[in-house]
Design a protein around this ligand. Structure first.
Ligand code: HEM
Length: 184
């Protein structure tokens, strides 16, 4: 059940219809992406800081928010540059980001609204700066691909841990999930 980030990236690109035109548009706006990254980071962490659960996690260690604000800027800019044309390096980086969040215990209920904030704030800024709707679409797509990596990491890590601990087969595990869902 362990995920191959490269195959997953290709699947998400196809599923999201993340096209060459989207990539070209993001690349040609990479400087703008970097320009607004710091403001986006401020919005992001002040939003998270207002949530009691996320606020506790963010302030759990000295200097964490400061460090996170810097990593956010890099992450945000990478969505525009694509690192290696949104290839293996990009996929490996996104997978690692997913694993970091699973380790800290951050689940879908935290990550989905957080990514929605990014899409919303970046969209507002794009309109204010006179950017095209196509750019907003392209950015929305890559945000959703990044989100899929973080969400999938949560599922992959928890399923792998259960299988390892119990010795169950994947088939049995899936049947238990289906039965459990049916009983709810
Ligand atoms: C849109 C969703 C999110 C993105 C794009 C994002 C991005 C990142 C990135 C790039 C890193 C650095 C990973 C590394 O070390 O390689 C990171 C780490 C981290 N993130 Fe997030 N994050 C998101 C959501 C969240 C949420 C909802 C929380 C909840 C509080 C959170 C808390 C953290 C923490 C605590 C770390 C580790 C900080 C440390 O090194 O001490 N993140 N995140």
């Amino acid at each position: 059940m362990v995920l191959d980030p490269h195959t997953f990236m290709a699947k998400m690109e196809a599923r999201m219809d993340f096209s060459t035109a989207d990539k070209e548009l993001l690349l040609s706006n990479a400087n703008w992406g970097l320009e607004i990254a710091s403001d986006m980071s401020d919005h992001f962490y002040s939003y998270m800081g207002r949530d009691p659960e996320m606020g506790v996690i963010l302030n759990a260690s000295e200097g964490r928010v400061h460090r996170l604000k810097e990593t956010f800027v890099l992450w945000f800019h990478e969505m525009f540059t694509g690192m290696d044309n949104w290839g293996d390096e990009y996929a490996d980086r996104r997978w690692k980001i997913g694993l970091v969040h699973v380790k800290i215990g951050i689940g879908p209920q935290h990550v989905v609204p957080a990514m929605a904030t990014v899409v919303h704030e970046a969209g507002k800024r794009a309109i204010a700066d006179g950017k095209s709707e196509n750019l907003r679409d392209a950015l929305g797509k890559i945000c959703m691909i990044d989100l899929a990596f973080i969400e999938q990491a949560y599922i992959e890590v928890s399923s792998t841990a259960v299988l390892k601990e119990t010795g169950w087969t994947e088939g049995l595990f899936r049947r238990l999930i289906t039965t459990g869902a049916g009983a709810m």
